[in-house]
Design a protein. Structure first.
Length: 183
């Protein structure tokens, strides 16, 4: 689901600016941020077994929606990079990934990582979120003070995005790639 939403967002951000009469693609990505972190929350709610973690995820989804509305319309505006939501969403994603990794590494059941789409999806989210936090934290500052370097940071974010989606693609095909028959 996230890959489909991301694909549509990228198409809209690249080609829909004239149709929507937008001067930048930040409004498109602002809406995508909300969808992205809500999909992450639903994903972790599905793979984490502890009831108390599921309750935390429910609270996070409500807090995220309220924080997104407040920061988008009263703090930054729609046309500015919303680093607060990125920090909140990535922090949540990192913590949930850590809980997931802890649960699989402390479990008595052995997990074959080659055949585990949940592991690879969590790994992709973890890598991307850990790398995005410092970049997103300085992006507004860089945009104001060093606009020429902002493009470099955006390229780094795009490369991280590509890496994350490559890992997601592997997560979807890894059960198919590792199915072998023994004679």
């Amino acid at each position: 689901m996230l890959i489909g939403i991301a694909f549509l967002t990228e198409i809209l951000a690249k080609f829909g600016l004239n149709i929507l009469h937008l001067h930048s693609n930040y409004p498109v990505y602002s809406v995508y941020l909300l969808a992205q972190y809500l999909v992450y929350a639903l994903y972790f709610k599905r793979i984490l077994e502890a009831a108390w973690l599921r309750n935390i995820i429910n609270v996070f989804m409500v807090v995220l929606g309220i924080a997104w509305l407040f920061t988008t319309f009263f703090v930054f505006g729609v046309s500015v990079w919303n680093s607060y939501i990125i920090f909140l969403g990535d922090l949540f994603a990192i913590v949930m990934c850590c809980f997931y990794f802890y649960s699989i590494f402390s479990s008595d059941k052995l997990l074959d990582f080659r055949k585990s789409p949940e592991f690879w999806t969590a790994a992709g989210i973890f890598i991307y979120s850990c790398c995005e936090v410092p970049i997103a934290g300085v992006l507004n500052f860089m945009d104001i003070n060093y606009p020429a370097l902002t493009m470099d940071l955006e390229i780094v974010l795009q490369m991280l995005n590509i890496l994350m989606y490559i890992i997601f693609i592997y997560a979807y095909v890894c059960p198919l790639l590792t199915n072998t028959t023994k004679s």
